[in-house]
Design a protein around this ligand. Sequence first.
Ligand SMILES: [Zn+2]
Length: 131
Amino acid sequence: MGKSMATETKEVKTKAQKARELKEKYDTLVAEAKQEQLDAITASIGELKELGFVYTLTEGNAPLPSKSVATRAPKGQAKPKVAPGPSANYDEKKKCALCDMLGHDQRAHRSQEPKAKFLPQELEVRGLVAP
Ligand SMILES: [Zn+2]
């Protein structure tokens, strides 16, 4: 037959070049494999969702949402017991000698020490204000 074609000068690759090429192939392969797996997982997640289970795929080294430091609200000071209305406990049949007024009697002063005439503010808190 004819003359054999001129022997092509086979490109001689250095090991470094081969390594680079293989690395590129490897990277491509890994990327494709990753995508393949992701597709499979996404499909599975979709199936789970259809069954009523909602999952989300999260990359492992993705930053976790920073947990907000649990800030505890300072405990509110105990509120003094306040009558439901300024005149809620007012009883016109009672008369207090201590306060010299109607609406309550001296029993209202039981918890008071020392016993003294109620201030308008105290009357309001105790619900003893005249309506
Ligand atoms: Zn009184």
